[in-house]
Structure formats: C-alpha cells, structure tokens
Design a protein around this ligand. Structure first.
Ligand code: NDP
Ligand code: 8X3
Length: 258
C-alpha cells in the first residue's frame, strides 16, 4: 500500500460534498491538502477543523475552474513547498436543470460544460506536466454513472460526464510509459448539495431525489477514491462504478414508503 504521509493532494470542489469528504480522509492519512473552490469561507472552516483535529497542513485556493488564466496562475504561483502535487482529485462539478434538450437553457449548458469538461481540462493541463517531470503522480477524475447511461432530461450533464470518461481514458493512454496513474470514479446517487445546485436552490425538489432511498454518502465515495490512490505503485485502477444498493441504473431506483 502507498503511504500518503506528507503527500500533496489537490482537491477541486473541496468546499462541499465529495470534495470535503476527500479532504477529511486524506487528512486522516497524513496528507498535505490544497483545497480549491469558489467559496473561500467554506474552505477556511474545513481547514480550521482539520488543523485543530488532525494538525493537517492546508493551502487554500479560491478558484473558479472555468477561468483558465486563474487556474494557470493558481498552479504556477504555488509556494515551492506546495508545488509538487502528488494526487489531483478533479472533483469540481455540477448539474443544472433537467430540461428537455430542445427546451434547454443556454446558461445552464455553458455552466456544466465549462465546469465539468473545460475546468477539469484546465486543471489537468497545468498540474500533470509537473507530475511527469517528477516521475510520480495520480489523477482521479469524478465521472458519474451519468457518463455511462443517459437519462431523460440529463442530456448535457450526461454528455459532460461521458466526456470525463473519454478524457480519463485519453489521459491514461497519453501517460503510458510514465508512472502517473489515472482513475475515474463514477458514482450513482450521492446525497450532497448536488441536487440543490441542479434545481437552483429548490431544497424540497432536491430532497425528493433521495426520498425513500438510502443513497451513497460523500464518505462512501471518498473511501473508494482513497482506496484507488493507496494501491501499490504499479497498480492502476482505471474505473470504478459504484451505486447505492437501492439503485440498479440511472432510472431504476427502489424507493420505500417511509
Ligand atoms: P456538491 O454540490 O456538494 O459539490 C460540488 C463542488 O464543486 C463544490 O465544492 C463547489 O464549490 C465545486 N464547484 C462547482 N463549480 C465550481 C467552479 N466553477 N470552480 C470551482 N469549484 C466549483 O456536489 P458533489 O460533491 O456531489 O459533486 C462533486 C462531483 O461529483 C461533481 O463532479 C459531480 O458531478 C460528481 N458526482 C456527483 C454525484 C451525486 O449524486 N452527488 C454522482 C456522481 C458524480 P464552490 O461552489 O464553492 O465553488
Ligand atoms: C450524478 C448522478 O444520476 O444524478 O452524477 O446524474 S445523477
């Protein structure tokens, strides 16, 4: 098993859900964390708690991954003690709406494509060359079951996650001959702020998504990511699909009465 003591882990979208759960599990293994998201105050709260409970060293980046020059500047100006990133967790992402494609909202489309595809590309493009020159590193992309199976109204979100699947495969191929590892972790239903963001803050509608179901928790997903990054250095877990027991496909979900 690979030790994570003092390894530097960059987590995008660390201010909520799966990203925050990743911060906690990697901190508990002694990693140093670069936490990135737009909501700096949230990152500060997480960093303060980790510093108090586990003496974790953190470096915070207030960053919108859609802004290519901001991503370049954030990565290129990391202090020397933070610049040698060992693990990149490309987790920042979102869905917006469930409109039919022919009635879709352009702004929603752009936000999803710019964040889930272009943002992931920008961060990868600025971080991976350093991994290659140092001869070590691991990139974990958050895909989704939505990238394997399109569901009604999921159109553009599903397309972005299908793109993440293709990009994970492409990066793995392009890094062949280097020791850098690439993994796509593709969950089904995870209860986070995801649905609240999808429905633009409509909490009641968001709650209905998980009504009568026991969904995955962000910690369940972080646990899988942690497993993938702690295998022996010659082992690459390419792709993991995980779902709650109550889910069999994007649309086949078992719901209890209460
Ligand atoms: P959350 O909404 O709880 O967290 C999303 C995170 O992404 C937040 O920290 C948010 O931070 C960040 N983020 C969003 N846009 C940007 C941006 N432009 N720049 C930087 N950070 C951004 O959702 P989840 O934890 O569920 O989602 C994490 C990932 O997991 C996403 O890629 C999602 O698609 C994927 N996923 C989620 C599933 C689910 O059912 N929940 C299932 C499968 C995959 P901030 O707003 O502060 O910038
Ligand atoms: C999130 C899972 O099914 O809501 O990627 O699209 S789903």
């Amino acid at each position: 098993m690979t030790s994570l003591q003092n390894q530097i882990v960059l987590i995008t979208g660390a201010s909520s859900g799966i990203g925050t759960a990743c911060a906690k599990i990697f901190a508990s293994a002694g990693a140093k964390l670069i936490l990135a998201a737009r909501r700096l105050e949230r990152l500060q709260e997480i960093a303060d708690a980790l510093s108090k409970d586990l003496a974790t060293e953190t470096y915070l980046l207030q960053l919108d991954v859609r802004d290519r020059s901001a991503v370049e500047s954030a990565i290129s100006t990391l202090p020397p003690s933070w610049s040698d990133i060992d693990i990149l967790i490309n987790n920042a992402g979102l869905s917006r709406g469930l409109d039919k494609l022919h009635a879709g909202d352009f702004q929603n489309w752009e936000e999803m494509i710019d964040t889930n595809v272009k943002g992931l590309l920008y961060v990868t493009r600025y971080v991976v060359p350093g991994m290659v020159s140092r001869g070590r590193g691991h990139v974990v992309n958050l895909g989704s079951t939505a990238g394997h199976q399109t569901y009604p109204g999921g159109n553009v979100y599903c397309a972005t996650k299908a793109a993440v699947k293709a990009l994970s495969e492409g990066l793995k191929q392009d890094l062949l001959g280097t020791p850098i590892r690439v993994t796509s972790v593709d969950p089904g239903m995870v209860e986070t702020e995801f649905s609240e963001v999808r429905f633009h803050g409509d909490r009641d509608r968001a709650k209905q998504v998980y009504q009568g179901v026991k969904p995955l928790t962000p910690e369940d997903v972080a646990d899988v990511i942690f497993f993938c990054t702690t295998r022996s250095p010659h082992v690459n877990i390419n792709e993991v699909i995980l779902m709650p027991v109550d889910q069999a496909s994007a649309t086949l979900v078992h719901r209890r009465e209460n």
